[in-house]
Design a protein around this ligand. Structure first.
Ligand code: TPP
Length: 526
């Protein structure tokens, strides 16, 4: 035996491309961090939920797996909200947590995590505390192989503090396990159904973009004359939102989905559950059209109440279908009609803000979005157009994701402008993420839409529930907060201040925050 657990693990991390580590350190992590090598990068987040969300944004923007280093027990606890997000976002993430030294564990020591592997469950695909110190590197390799096989997801490895100096043999290298393609007979059935359909539609979900399959889906939609819906609550953009074949966004509600799909005689759902709901307004009285579902996730296929499931990576399935469909004779479907640009008003309305942003931001920007009550307005006036990942948000609904995810995305995709549009409420869950943006000199533009409240909660509660407590925020000074963490800032309270502030912010190579006070009365589109 010539090496230590630390050396073998670091060699493995180099081999797997895990040399950018997101973390927040404590005594239980010293053994892992000691003499941190120069070819590694440690990105410090000032609270663990921020660390996990930054890593999530990094993984999705870079298309790579990511390693997170968290403090034992309480540090993991702080991070769990976004371990849930990573689970829902199918993020290939290895959470490496510290643990007290092995010999102290029977006495339930300070910082010690009892039953460490149970704490992150059920939102990890696999969790382990290796039986022996010398098993740590193999456990990390195992964790990586689980996280990076479909369906992707977070995994958890708890490492006692005294394991890192233990002697250990090197690990044999293994190539990554590739994704998988569809059953040929099943694809033949789907192609026959598509060829026979008069008014088919695709429903595209986050996995399309996650697999880099947007160009494949665009080619299929154009060639086969198929309209395309975005799946309910999709947290990525899997079809250009201004494309003539784009039909719109399915609502996260059963009756609305049935209503939107009523005129189609075939629906093919790609890389999304059928369907993800957020609210309940009763059971649909319309039947759904015949469905095909393509997903690499057996749970998604098992859960659906109707439809023929095909288990496959989305890109492989789309390519197989595209190679077989006949030249269609059906009419070309008509895409959705957009509303015209709204007028400038005082106080500033969010529809006008998004319309202005659509003029100012480049087509290739990466938009990180967390604007609960303005979601429909964003979609209407600021279409995401990029053919590579152009949108990131939370697939689970735990707020406080967007701000740190934008920081991680800027690290993961350094050649692109990252713009984060955030509610005042959403941004305050993880405002310290701004500090990391400043520390790492990341040219992110943070746009705070400040309506001084938790409007989404109030709106969803509706007037029938009376006055809700806990929904007034009443005006936070984001310029002061961001300035205190080292960001360039702009304050916008009048409409004429918006364009100059946004133009400067977008051109700035420093992290910049634009605080916009908007009309607290919601913009209702439907
Ligand atoms: C971690 C977490 N806590 C609470 C909520 C409930 N919640 C949903 S929307 C919302 C309001 C967010 O406020 P803001 O970002 O200002 O957006 P607005 O609703 O005003 O558009 C809250 C608190 C949540 N989704 N996640």
């Amino acid at each position: 035996v010539t090496s230590t657990v630390r050396e073998v693990t670091r060699d493995l991390m180099r081999q797997l491309g895990l040399t950018t580590v997101f973390g927040n350190p404590g005594t239980t992590e010293i053994g892992f961090l000691r003499d941190f090598p120069n070819d590694f990068r440690y990105v410090l987040g000032l609270q663990e939920s921020i660390v996990v969300a930054m890593a999530d944004g990094y993984a999705h923007a870079s298309g790579r797996a990511v390693l997170v280093n968290l403090h034992s027990a309480g540090g993991v606890g702080h991070g769990l909200g976004h371990v849930f997000t990573a689970y829902r976002n199918n993020t290939p993430m290895i959470v490496l947590a510290g643990q007290q030294v092995r010999s102290l564990m029977p006495s339930e020591p300070f910082l010690g995590a009892m039953d460490a592997t149970l704490f992150p469950r059920p939102y990890v695909k696999w969790a382990v505390e290796p039986a022996r110190p010398q098993d740590v590197p193999a456990a990390v390799a195992h964790a990586h192989r689980v996280a990076t096989q479909p369906p992707y997801g977070p995994v958890f490895v708890s490492v006692p503090a005294d394991d890192w100096d233990a002697p250990c043999d090197p690990l044999p290298e293994r190539p990554p396990v590739p994704g998988f393609g569809p059953d040929p007979d099943a694809i033949a059935g789907l192609v026959a159904a598509l060829d026979a359909a008069r008014r088919p539609a695709l429903v595209v979900g986050p996995a399309v973009d996650a697999e880099g399959a947007v160009p494949d889906v665009v080619a299929l939609a154009e060639r086969a004359r198929v309209g395309v819906w975005a799946s309910p609550m999709s947290w990525r953009s899997s079809f250009p939102e201004d494309h003539p074949r784009f039909l719109g966004f399915l609502p996260p509600e059963e009756r609305g989905v049935a209503e939107a799909l009523r005129d189609h005689d075939l629906v093919v759902v790609l890389g999304a559950p059928a369907f993800l709901f957020h609210v309940y307004r009763g059971v649909a009285d319309l039947p759904l059209p015949p469905l095909y579902l393509v997903s690499d996730d057996e749970q998604v296929l098992a859960r659906a109440r109707t439809g023929a499931g095909i288990r496959s990576g989305v890109r492989a399935a789309v390519r197989a279908v595209a190679g077989m469909v006949a030249e269609p004779t059906r009419p070309v479907p008509e895409g959705r009609v957009r509303r015209s640009v709204p007028a400038e008003t005082t106080p500033i309305r969010v529809d006008w803000v998004f319309a202005m942003l659509a003029e100012l931001v480049g087509e290739d920007m990466l938009l990180v979005e967390e604007v609960p009550s303005h979601l429909l307005v964003r979609r209407e006036y600021l279409p995401v157009r990029a053919s590579r990942t152009g949108l990131l948000s939370t697939g689970g609904g735990a707020l406080g994701y967007g701000l740190p995810a934008a920081v991680g995305a800027a690290l993961g995709s350094p050649d692109r402008k990252v713009v984060a549009v955030l509610g005042d409420g959403s941004s305050m869950y993880s405002i310290q993420g701004l500090w990391t943006a400043a520390r790492e000199h990341l040219p992110v533009t943070f746009v705070i839409l400040d309506n001084a409240q938790y409007a989404a909660v109030d709106i969803l509660a509706g007037p029938e529930n009376g006055k809700m407590p806990g929904v007034e925020l009443g005006g936070i000074d984001f310029v002061a907060l961001a300035g205190g963490m080292g960001l360039a800032t702009h304050r916008v309270t009048r409409p004429d201040e918006l364009k100059p502030a946004m133009t400067k912010a977008l051109a700035d190579d420093r992290p910049t925050l634009v605080h916009i006070r908007v009309d607290p009365n919601p913009t209702v589109l439907y």
